[in-house]
Design a binder for this molecule. Structure first.
Ligand code: MG
Length: 153
C-alpha cells in the first residue's frame, strides 16, 4: 500500500464560483484561480500524484499554460487518473473555510467524489472546519484550504 497527501490553498474573491469536489456551493465568494479553483480536487490530485511519486499538479498542469485557464478541475482529475493505475482504498479530506457552513453540502461532495473516482461513498470522508477567526486570510474568510490523505494499493 502507498499513502498520498495533498494540500491546496486559494484566495476567495467576490463573483467567483465556490467549487468543492465538483459541487458548486452557494456563496458570494469563490476561489480565485487560473483554473476553476476547486481547492478540494486540486488537493486530491496532489495526493494521487504523491502516492505514485509522480510530482505535483503544477508540473502536470502549469498555471502559466493558457490551456488550463478556467479549466474544469474534474477534467484535470480525469487526466491525472489516466497517468497511472490508481486503486484507491480510502480518502480522508479536510476543508478549512470560515463561511459558508459546509455541513449541508458534505454528502453531496462525498457523492460527487465517489462518482468521479468510481468509489463507494463509505470509503470517502469529507470533514469541514472553520479557522476559528484566526489564521490570517483563512480566519478572515478571505481564503480556503483543503488537505487530502488517501491510501492506494
Ligand atoms: Mg489550486
Amino acid at each position: 500500500m502507498r499513502i498520498g497527501q495533498g494540500f491546496d490553498l486559494h484566495r476567495l474573491k467576490e463573483g467567483r464560483r465556490l467549487l468543492l469536489g465538483g459541487v458548486e456551493i452557494p456563496s458570494d465568494m469563490g476561489e480565485d484561480a487560473h483554473s476553476d479553483g476547486d481547492v478540494l480536487l486540486h488537493a486530491l490530485i496532489d495526493a494521487l500524484l504523491g502516492s505514485k511519486a509522480l510530482g505535483d499538479i503544477g508540473q502536470h498542469f502549469p498555471p502559466s499554460d493558457m490551456r488550463y485557464k478556467d479549466m474544469d478541475s474534474r477534467e484535470l482529475l480525469k487526466r491525472t487518473l489516466a497517468l497511472a493505475s490508481f486503486h484507491i482504498i480510502n480518502i480522508d479530506c479536510n476543508i478549512i473555510l470560515q463561511t459558508p457552513k459546509l455541513s449541508p453540502h458534505i454528502m453531496d461532495i462525498r457523492k460527487s467524489l465517489a462518482s468521479l473516482l468510481d468509489m463507494d461513498v463509505s470509503d470517502i470522508s469529507v470533514k469541514a472546519k472553520t479557522a476559528e477567526h484566526i489564521l490570517g486570510e483563512l480566519g478572515r474568510g478571505e481564503a480556503i484550504a483543503a488537505e487530502v490523505t488517501l491510501l492506494t494499493e
